[in-house]
Design a protein around this ligand. Structure first.
Ligand code: CMX
Length: 138
């Protein structure tokens, strides 16, 4: 089941500079800055009510975020939908004709989140992440 929007992710060239900009824009510090090696990114999460803004920088030239910036420049990279069970949603979406990118959902952030992605070609040009927050109530 889709529970709501978890976060909106913005691809940036320089995470530290982007954090400073968004700290001023939002008037708060990020709740978390971390590397997600499975996705070859460093991220900063700013929590705004129930939704987060995620800033993303690729950590290598073959990172999908680095390739995105190379092709399109900085900007909105994906929208993440919070779900209760990521594997069930991936199966449902796949059976509805959406292209699910990972055959197995990935557990990231020290076991905090389990994620998968839907190819933008099947979602009107927007990369969609589905995310289950494991053992967290907020
Ligand atoms: N949003 C919308 N369109 C995108 C896109 C994005 N984020 N990334 C790529 N595309 C488009 C490209 O513009 C291209 O369109 P055209 O064919 O019209 O030129 C098409 O999709 C294919 O693009 P590509 O450059 O060939 O890119 P790849 O096929 O190599 O990869 C994708 C695209 C979506 C499969 C890949 O980025 C992916 O696997 N993403 C999921 C993982 C991910 O994004 N991880 C980083 C975030 C992790 C996190 O938040 O923790």
């Amino acid at each position: 089941m889709i529970l709501g929007i978890d976060h909106i992710a913005i691809a940036v060239k320089d995470l530290n500079e982007a954090i400073e900009k968004y700290r001023k824009l939002l008037g708060k510090d990020p709740e978390k800055v971390e590397e997600v090696p499975q996705e070859k990114v460093r991220i900063a999460m700013f929590k705004l009510g129930d939704v987060r803004i995620e800033l993303l920088q690729g950590t290598s030239p073959d990172s999908s975020v680095s390739k995105f910036i190379e092709k399109r420049g900085e900007g909105i990279h994906h929208i993440a939908l919070r779900v209760d069970k990521v594997d069930e949603e991936a199966s449902r979406l796949s059976s509805e004709g959406f292209k699910v990118l990972y055959s197995e959902a990935r557990v990231v952030s020290g076991g905090e989140r389990k994620i998968n992605f839907i190819h933008p070609k099947t979602t009107c040009g927007v990369l969609v992440e589905i995310v289950e927050r494991l053992g967290v109530s907020d």
